[in-house]
Design a protein around this ligand. Structure first.
Ligand SMILES: Nc1ncnc2c1ncn2[C@@H]1O[C@H](COP(=O)(O)OP(=O)(O)OP(=O)(O)O)[C@@H](O)[C@H]1O
Ligand SMILES: [Mg+2]
Length: 222
């Protein structure tokens, strides 16, 4: 299976003061296996909205989304949550982690929720945390970690269920230049190793250039 995600004529319209507001219209996008795609565009251009539709967090106003060539039925919560858990990883810009859980527990949680044993989940989480260079911080809580360390935990967590695709929304938006490049290098190496695709929304042209191709939300919308 070569296509991990497809958007077909996807549009998103919000209502503002009773008036329809078109954020994007008739977007067609295909992400292939192992492809790393940067998503760029102006602030307010619709990058987050597009990632929310692609990540099955929000239904499009019209159009179809296919995950691993399965057409998404937006009326079935069970189907949506199953895809979100097993096929799609999400990394947010802020507030990625649950504050009452350690780095190890945050990373392990999606695997436990998927019905796996806690013991195996913690072992997998430990391996992933060492792969992002945090073997010495596994028992730290989010407020004891730096911004870059927190984002590395979010990367580890996004990979624990071996998703086909990770949607990363400005994952380095609040980090300095050097930490950003460091986090993206770790991210890129790991998604290659785990044979995962990514869409990474970014304002930073240096980070966009580190992906296989760049798409602009303005160029996608008709
Ligand atoms: N729930 C909503 N209701 C109405 N308008 C919304 C809603 N959510 C987002 N918008 C509007 O949709 C547009 C796109 O927002 P979005 O967050 O997707 O942009 P973005 O490209 O991610 O911007 P940034 O680069 O600043 O993160 C904005 O004009 C925003 O105000
Ligand atoms: Mg955004």
């Amino acid at each position: 299976m070569n296509k991990v995600l497809e958007l077909k004529k996807v549009s998103r319209t919000y209502s503002l003061n009773g008036e329809p507001l078109n954020i994007f219209k008739d977007i067609d996008l295909t992400i292939k296996k192992k492809e790393r795609v940067a998503l760029v565009g102006p602030s307010g251009g619709g990058k987050t909205s597009l990632l929310h539709v692609a990540g099955l967090l929000e239904a499009p106003s019209s159009g179809d989304v296919l995950v691993k060539e399965n057409l998404i039925d937006w009326s079935s919560d069970r189907v949506l949550s199953n895809h979100r858990l097993k096929d799609i990883g999400f990394i947010f810009q802020f507030n990625n982690l649950l504050s009452d859980f350690s780095a190890l527990e945050n990373t392990a949680l999606p695997y436990i929720i998927s019905g796996n044993s806690r013991k195996i989940a913690l072992e997998k989480a430990e391996l992933l945390l060492s792969q992002v260079g945090l073997e010495h911080r596994t028992h730290s809580f989010p407020n004891q970690l730096s911004g870059g360390e927190q984002q590395r935990v979010a990367i580890a967590r996004s990979l624990i269920n071996n998703p086909s695709i990770i949607l990363a929304d400005e994952p380095t938006g609040n980090l300095d230049f050097e930490s950003s490049i460091n986090v993206i290098n770790i991210f890129n190496n790991l998604v290659d190793e785990y044979k995962c695709s990514i869409i990474l929304a970014t304002h930073d042209s240096n980070i966009a250039k580190m992906q296989d191709r760049t798409i602009s939300i303005e160029g996608l919308s008709s």
